[in-house]
Design a protein around this ligand. Sequence first.
Ligand SMILES: [Zn+2]
Length: 99
Amino acid sequence: MRLYVRPRLRRIGSRVLVRGWLAITIGSTIVSWRGLEPPELAHELAHVRQWRRYGRLGYVCRYAASSLRAWRAGGDWYRDNAFERAARDAGAALRVTER
Ligand SMILES: [Zn+2]
């Protein structure tokens, strides 16, 4: 796993990824525009596990399909994507155990 912090990507990421983005995981590489808090890192590590589970093509196809399903159901393609929900759960679980 590789983690890169690249502050200069903050603005461009909001244009090409998701507004208000913090980090993106591609395969086992995490890129963020600032250092990640433990729950945020747990979220991205959940994506690393998803990439490993499904492989590159499998992950990308499943992620896109999940976004389409969420959008067709009237939800948000990003927020309601099952991969994002699972990653948010991983981060939230860490927040609970930190206290
Ligand atoms: Zn995510």
